[in-house]
Design a protein. Structure first.
Length: 419
């Protein structure tokens, strides 16, 4: 799926340098597939370019860049900072910094010879907005010279009456990456960290049991904090409806929402046939998140119940068959910090905590709409009993570098190879 080819001769554009943008820069500096990276900030940073280099080189979650790349004995990999040229050389990779434009429509990608852009702002997520929208649009990158744009978040179409345009597609590497058609798709969403993990937790079950045996499912992600939250309590803005978003991330467990279930149906269309509830809980951790997946399965005609050993075996075999290593299985007992930085680990199934319970569901046919008499005559009773197993599966994911950014990097390189 992925070519080992390096030094492609191409430039990569990265728009914004927040959590995903900065760590994507780390990823591509390490990978060295792109000869040069054009980093658009849209504003000045600190007092000089050295302040930006300081920010890039250090990270409170992952440590120093050189330590992350080469271990604790390594020294700085910031080789050169040139204020006049607005360039930083990081581990041999040239990074040119742009500071003039924040609206994608005004970024000079053509002048920089950039064909592929990763937009990590989290702002320009509506692929239906015109390129020259005053507030900005992901299509603006295309008007200014880029041929493809990858957004590092799920699409959000503001006007619900508008369908997803033909030139836009949502993919997760290793799940539906082949849905990307380089001949027609211009804007690609790399989904989200939670959707990515969830896809790898659900696909093996779907492949084994089929859509008809999966009666319903629910998930809760115990999710690390994100920059959209606040350190200390803040007064709500005018019109705010979710007052919890203004509460301190340092002191609270905060209930919130997730669009993972909706986005998952774009990645795995069969999910539209399965009842699904998705919830999210934010906790005071910088990264390292967990999905608790609950699946209700109809037992087969043999009457043999689904056991935890079968569920774990499904994941073991799926992980062994995953050539890219995106799905991991472990019998170890992990804590959240244990999975931080694990490369390409879309989901780490903690088999030690898999649980199953089997019981009978009694369905009163008198409550079923339609020709009840005919149904009861065929069944022979007005109560139908079905054997159902509820399975609970735990999946870890590093919602920043280890899982999402590394897989976003793979998606970026795969699209670059199609140009």
């Amino acid at each position: 799926m992925m070519s080992p080819r390096r030094n492609s001769g191409m430039k990569l554009g990265i728009n914004a340098c927040g959590r995903i943008g900065k760590l994507s820069l780390w990823h591509h500096v390490s990978r060295k597939y792109f000869d040069e990276i054009i980093l658009n900030l849209g504003r000045q940073v600190g007092g000089s370019l050295h302040d930006l280099a300081h920010y890039i080189e250090r990270d409170s979650t992952y440590g120093s860049l050189h330590g992350f790349l080469y271990g604790h004995k390594a020294t700085s990999v910031i080789n050169e900072v040139d204020e006049k040229k607005s360039t930083i050389v990081i581990d041999g990779v040239k990074v040119k910094v742009l500071t003039k434009a924040r609206n994608p429509y005004e970024i000079d990608w053509a002048g920089e010879n950039v064909k592929l852009v990763v937009d990590s702002t989290g702002l320009f997520l509506d692929p239906t907005l015109p390129a020259n929208d005053p507030a900005g649009s992901c299509l603006g990158h295309l008007e200014c010279g880029a041929e493809k744009v990858i957004v590092s978040a799920p699409f959000k179409i503001t006007d619900k009456s508008k369908p997803m345009p033909d030139y836009a597609v949502t993919t997760v590497m290793g799940i539906n990456h082949n849905d990307y058609d380089p001949r027609k798709h211009k804007v690609i969403s790399a989904a989200s960290c939670t959707t990515t993990c969830l896809a790898y937790m659900f696909k093996p079950l779907l492949d084994y049991f089929g859509v008809k045996r999966i009666l319903s499912t629910s998930m809760a992600t115990i999710h690390a904090i994100t920059p959209s939250q606040v350190v200390l309590d803040r007064m709500p803005e005018e019109g705010a409806t979710d007052l919890r978003k203004t509460r301190s991330v340092m002191n609270n467990i905060i209930l919130t929402s997730t669009g993972a279930a909706k986005t998952l149906s774009l990645v795995i269309p069969e999910m539209k046939q399965i009842g699904f509830i998705a919830e999210s809980v934010r906790i005071p951790a910088t990264t390292g998140s967990l999905i608790i997946l609950v699946v209700n399965l109809q037992d087969d005609a043999s009457g043999q119940s689904i056991r935890r050993d079968l569920i774990n075996d499904i994941y073991k075999k799926a992980a062994a068959a995953d050539k890219e290593g995106y799905l991991h299985y472990t019998d170890k007992q992990n804590a959240s910090t244990d999975i931080i930085g694990q490369p390409k680990a879309a989901a780490i199934i903690e088999g030690h905590e898999t649980h199953t319970r089997t019981g009978e569901i009694a369905i009163n046919l008198d409550n079923i709409q339609g020709d009840r008499a005919k149904i009861i005559d065929q069944v022979g009773d007005n109560v139908l009993k079905i054997s159902v197993t509820q399975a609970v599966i735990y999946g870890w994911y590093d919602n920043e570098f280890g899982s999402y950014v590394n897989m976003l990097g793979d998606r970026t390189v795969s699209i670059a190879e199609s140009l």
